[in-house]
Design a protein around this ligand. Structure first.
Ligand code: COA
Length: 262
């Protein structure tokens, strides 16, 4: 049986499609970016033959399914970034991504990675998607966290091979239950007023949980009993449809209700 046609994913704003030969020059231009060279393993210097090799390795469906790769596009159908999954054939895949410099910081990366992860975990049948980044890549880390990846506090020592040496890495994993819903944005690109209404106390408790405070410390900061804190935590979990404190923070951050300490 011939392999299935690669899926095209869309959220109305972005369309993720398989790579095409005509993407070569846009990819060539994108891969000159110092941040892409710094944080990924694309060849450096990067020339047109690198772009063509990358594309030629993914043109047929058989090649594509070995390493599912999407070109991220807007309405003009031109490359503004790449997302790929490297499956291990046993239910897991590692994700990689890059966004062209001119398109960063407006939620494109988060939306595209969320589309791929949702498809892979809910339709393709992956059980887990793993993420690794060189320590210090705060943009990649923030993106992964936004999508719902659980990121481990301690780096993986010498976890990545990077440009001829081994470096420490941040790492995390995403299961279907972790996927966070997209935050709707207004025409200014800012999150709309959140749909979840918290009381002033619940808001204070959520902010303190996001800072990593345990119930006892929250009680003492707010001058209330530990039991009252527990009640607020219970209400927060319910309102945010969260399964744990960490989940409540992830969902709170993604809804623009709280933020993580810097
Ligand atoms: C990482 C990358 C894909 C992010 O793409 P993006 O489209 O800018 O991402 P988004 O706009 O969806 O932002 C995602 C989060 O990253 C944060 N972010 C984006 N750029 C940032 C930066 N330079 N510094 C700190 N945080 C940043 C955003 O604020 C957002 O977090 P928030 O929702 O908590 O505010 C992009 O910066 C990139 O291509 N970097 C170079 C390649 C790379 O690092 N790839 C990943 C290798 S693991």
């Amino acid at each position: 049986m011939p392999p299935e046609t690669p899926p095209i994913l869309s959220d109305g704003r972005l369309t993720l499609r398989p790579p095409a030969s005509s993407d070569a020059f846009d990819i060539l231009e994108g891969c000159q970016d110092p941040e892409i060279i710094r944080w990924t393993t694309v060849p450096s210097p990067y020339d047109i033959s690198d772009a063509r090799t990358f594309l030629n390795d993914r043109l047929t469906p058989t090649q594509w399914w070995r390493n599912p790769t999407w070109v991220i596009t807007e309405s003009d159908n031109r490359w503004i970034g790449t997302v790929d999954l490297r499956p291990d054939g046993q239910g897991a895949a590692e994700i990689g991504y890059m966004i062209a410099p001119a398109h960063r910081g407006s939620g494109v990366g988060t939306a595209a990675i969320r589309l791929v992860c949702t498809w892979a975990l809910q339709q393709w049948g992956l059980q887990v998607i793993t993420w690794q980044a060189v320590t210090g890549n705060i943009a990649s880390r923030a993106l992964a966290r936004r999508v719902g990846f659980r990121i481990h506090a301690e780096p993986l020592r010498l976890g990545l091979a990077h440009r001829g040496t081994r470096v420490d890495s941040w790492y995390g994993e995403l299961l279907a239950v972790d996927l966070t819903p997209p935050v709707s944005t207004s025409s200014t690109g800012r999150p709309k007023s959140p749909a979840v209404a918290l009381t002033r106390r619940e808001q204070q408790v959520l902010d303190l949980i996001a800072e990593g405070e345990p119930n006892r410390a929250i009680a003492s900061s707010l001058g209330i009993s530990e039991n009252t804190v527990k009640n607020h935590v219970r209400a927060l979990l319910e309102k945010l449809h969260a399964r744990s404190r960490t989940d409540a923070v992830v969902r709170g951050v993604s809804l623009g209700l709280t933020s993580l300490p810097h």
